[in-house]
Write a protein that binds this ligand. Structure first.
Ligand code: ATP
Length: 277
């Protein structure tokens, strides 16, 4: 079985201009970019380096995107892994992966470590009572605890790794082990909220830049009329609209292509060959 490796990218190429609808979060995260660009300055000025930042919010609203943008803006390597990649039944594998991840990030500092779905590895510790009222742990639970402890050790020893930012993301804050939320581990928790109408408009404009869109398409009205749509869904909408346009032989995306794409994403593609009524 091959060992999962943190995906590294010299620079992610993602910029804050690729992120829309979460301006407050972006404002707060600018400081991390300033730090990564010049960790020595923070040191010289006696400013405590930022430790970890927890990004919390529903899926598809830009947690991964904004994490990549921090690395991209600072032009530093980005080490990404998912919490589930640390969950192994084999004893010691998860904690070895944590050690390896932090080691590699420190060697290449300044850098960013990003663990998505951090709840998978940092679930609130639970025990099962045995007859003797001692906790009985399954092997898997024990292994996960070892992995979580290793993460806590790495976070506590972060001062030695100056120039490394640790970002975690979750949409299940309630599941996280309180030990991870203690001060000094995650300095900051930043909520990444689903976009409102203006946010949806801004997100559509960002993604419209990446496709060939007719200027006549009224993105503002779509933003108003698609409540609850996340950034991921809006990005998918314009990709789908581009596919529809190609299928219909249009040389740019027209309003009716976007309408068709909204229908497809809302109710699925029209069934061919089934006549109703
Ligand atoms: P998950 O919890 O499922 O990992 P996430 O919050 O990390 O979700 P992303 O993976 O960042 O979501 O979003 C997926 C894609 O959706 C992005 O790569 C981007 O194309 C688009 N997207 C999501 N949010 C935004 C946003 N705020 N601005 C622009 N694009 C966005």
């Amino acid at each position: 079985q091959s060992k999962p490796q943190a995906r590294v990218d010299g620079s992610t190429g993602v910029r804050f201009s690729d992120v829309a609808g979460i301006d407050e979060a972006v404002d707060e995260l600018q400081e991390l970019v300033r730090y990564l660009k010049n960790p020595e300055l923070f040191d010289k000025m006696g400013i405590k380096p930022p430790h970890g930042v927890l990004l919390e919010g529903p899926p598809g609203c830009g947690k991964t995107l904004v994490a990549k943008a921090i690395a991209g803006e600072a032009g530093v390597p980005f080490y990404q892994m998912a919490g589930s990649e640390f969950v192994e039944v084999l004893v010691g594998v998860g904690s070895a992966r944590i050690r390896d991840l932090f080691k590699r990030a420190k060697v290449n500092k300044p850098s960013v470590i990003f663990i998505d779905e951090i709840d998978a590895l940092a679930t609130r510790r639970q025990g099962i009572f045995s007859e003797s009222t001692n906790y009985l742990y399954t092997a898997a639970t024990q292994e996960r605890e070892t992995t979580l402890n290793q993460l806590l050790i790495e976070l506590d020893g972060f001062d030695t790794g100056k120039g490394v930012i640790f970002l975690g993301a979750t949409n299940r804050m309630d599941l996280l082990d309180p030990a991870l939320l203690r001060p000094g581990r995650f300095d900051r928790k930043i909520r990444i909220r689903p976009p409102g109408a203006k946010g949806r408009y801004d997100i559509l404009k960002v993604h419209a830049r990446k496709v060939k869109m007719s200027p006549s398409v009224d993105l503002y009205t779509y933003a108003q009329n698609l409540p609850g749509w996340t950034g991921a869904r809006l990005a998918q909408l314009l990709q789908e609209a581009a596919l529809v346009a190609v299928r219909k032989g249009h040389d740019s995306i027209l309003q009716l292509d976007v309408d068709d794409a909204v229908d497809r994403l809302t109710v699925g593609p029209k069934r061919v060959g089934i006549e109703l009524g």
